[in-house]
Design a protein around this ligand. Structure first.
Ligand SMILES: Nc1ncnc2c1ncn2[C@@H]1O[C@H](COP(=O)(O)OP(=O)(O)OP(=O)(O)O)[C@@H](O)[C@H]1O
Ligand SMILES: [Mg+2]
Length: 473
């Protein structure tokens, strides 16, 4: 690993000026009962195409397939699970460089170059030439690409796909289609597309899935289940849990697909029925968190023993995914979390802001201020948002994460409480103004194309001494 980064014991990787969670760089571990996706793996193993897309609705087994492929490929794989923070080209490309650095050393200069460039699509050619000396084969697997919505990041991914060094492959798994220059990619050597039709399980795979979950189904029940689920692996798994607990004979008179409305109804009728009131309350309340640890859950619930509850939920395979080997951090399966959040909104809407408020306090007190910002925003705690952004924006900007700062500033501007923010927001924005630029002249001089960032600075209104406009303007 290059000297620019360091791994900590807390399951994080420190990049230049920011921290990424270690699980981001690893495919999820295989659990007992997993079905080997033989047909799709064969297509992947024999694919000549340098670029591969795996596109299917939630819960179709995209991650499971990519993980199986990663394990087959062995050490020459760079894995990246994308998330919301990757909506900044500097973060995305730095994370990609860190993932590649696990295969072979990446020139540390590229990290500095990314940080000082405010990287965008123009940085991709330099990025590729910095990593191209890595001997093939190299396979880059990006999972959860649907989390990346920032235009510059999507352009950077497309550019990277077009410029892949010889002998490399890039696979992108996403719930939604990733905008790629498909015609050019086809002309350059091809594109393999794996879709929901390919991932839908047929009778033998569905039978193995049920068997792995401890359920034996006769031919007629299997056929009925396949008709109802259309081979959707999550539906099959949930049905298996329901059958195991004896509730599976309940009439579910609709066809289950990955479409949200059915997912919600299905999960509610088949899964949540089996959960006790106390468990339901724990699950619903903690669904405001995108990752959970025992102490964090204790803090937001004002209780104790959450670590043990999380362990039990995982042991019962209730769509709780461990994020590290030490079982400190967990997350809910995405679909499950969406449902739980809807449940919380339905049962205790008045509690949502309070839970976010406590989460923001906990993350801030535990030296994770970036994670605190989103919760403070959701809590309507705009003073905290403004204060955190004030503290963070300069170091974050200084490592080139222009898009991150811009998103924060837009969040302040768009917030219903923005009348409070002029007081705070004027200060950080001025810090990004001429004085800040003079202080950072050396770094700006490194920037290709001139002494100033090519992007308009966030909060430029305030740079010119104007407060943020009052609501409604
Ligand atoms: N190969 C498999 N063997 C057994 N179960 C599977 C398999 N693939 C998927 N499943 C079931 O479906 C669930 C969802 O799988 P996975 O997380 O891979 O889907 P996904 O398409 O990546 O979903 P998302 O869009 O939410 O990321 C798993 O938790 C598991 O219950
Ligand atoms: Mg997935």
């Amino acid at each position: 690993m290059s000297q620019v980064m360091s791994r900590s014991d807390q399951g994080t990787v420190a990049g230049p000026g920011f921290v990424l969670s270690e699980p981001k760089f690893h495919p999820p571990g295989a659990r007992p009962g997993i079905v080997i996706r033989t047909a799709s793996l064969k297509r992947l193993a024999t694919a000549q195409a340098p670029v591969i897309t795996v596109t299917a609705p939630p819960g179709y087994g995209k991650t499971a397939l990519m993980a199986q492929w990663a394990y087959r490929l062995g050490p020459r794989v760079a894995w990246l699970s994308c998330d919301d923070a990757d909506n900044d080209p500097v973060v995305l490309l730095t994370a990609l460089a860190i993932a590649l650095d696990r295969i072979g050393p990446v020139d540390p200069a590229i990290f500095q170059a990314l940080a000082s460039s405010g990287a965008g699509v123009t940085m991709v050619p330099r990025f590729v030439s910095a990593v191209a000396s890595m001997r093939p084969p190299v396979t880059v697997l990006l999972d959860q690409v649907e989390a990346v919505t920032n235009r510059q990041c999507l352009n950077a991914i497309a550019e990277f796909a077009l410029r892949l060094p010889p002998g490399w492959q890039l696979a992108l798994a996403s719930r939604t289609a990733v905008p790629l220059p498909t015609a050019r990619l086809r002309a350059q050597g091809g594109l393999l597309e794996i879709t929901a039709d390919d991932l839908a399980m047929g009778p033998p795979e569905a039978c193995s899935l049920l068997h792995g979950a401890g359920v034996e189904a006769d031919e007629a029940s299997l056929a009925d289940l396949l008709r109802r689920t259309e081979g959707w692996p999550t539906g099959l798994y949930i049905a298996a849990l329901a059958m195991k607990s004896g509730t599976g004979q309940s009439a579910v008179g609709f066809t289950v697909t990955g479409d949200d409305i059915f997912v919600g109804d299905y999960l509610r009728s088949e899964l949540l029925e089996q959960i006790s009131g106390a468990e339901m309350s724990f699950l619903a309340r903690t669904s405001v968190l995108d990752r959970m640890s025992g102490p964090l859950c204790d803090a937001i619930l004002n209780g104790q023993g959450s670590g043990a509850v999380l362990e039990q939920l995982e042991a019962r395979n209730l769509l709780v995914v461990p994020l590290d080997r030490r079982r400190e951090w967990y997350r809910y399966h995405h679909l499950f979390r969406e449902l739980l959040r809807a449940e919380l909104q339905r049962r205790e809407p008045g509690l949502v802001q309070d839970l976010h408020f406590r989460a923001a306090m906990w993350f801030e007190a535990n030296a994770m201020p970036e994670a605190a910002i989103g919760h403070a925003q959701a809590a309507g705690d705009y003073d905290r948002v403004a204060r955190l952004i004030l503290e963070l924006q300069q170091p974050v900007w200084a490592v080139g994460r222009v898009e991150t700062v811009r998103r924060w500033m837009e969040g302040i501007r768009d917030s219903p409480g923005r009348q409070h923010d002029g007081r705070h927001a004027g200060v950080p924005a001025r810090d990004l103004g001429p004085r800040w630029r003079r202080r950072n002249a050396a770094r700006c001089a490194d920037r290709p194309g001139g002494a100033e960032p090519s992007e308009p600075l966030p909060g430029d209104d305030a740079v010119r001494g104007r407060p943020f406009p009052p609501p409604g303007r």
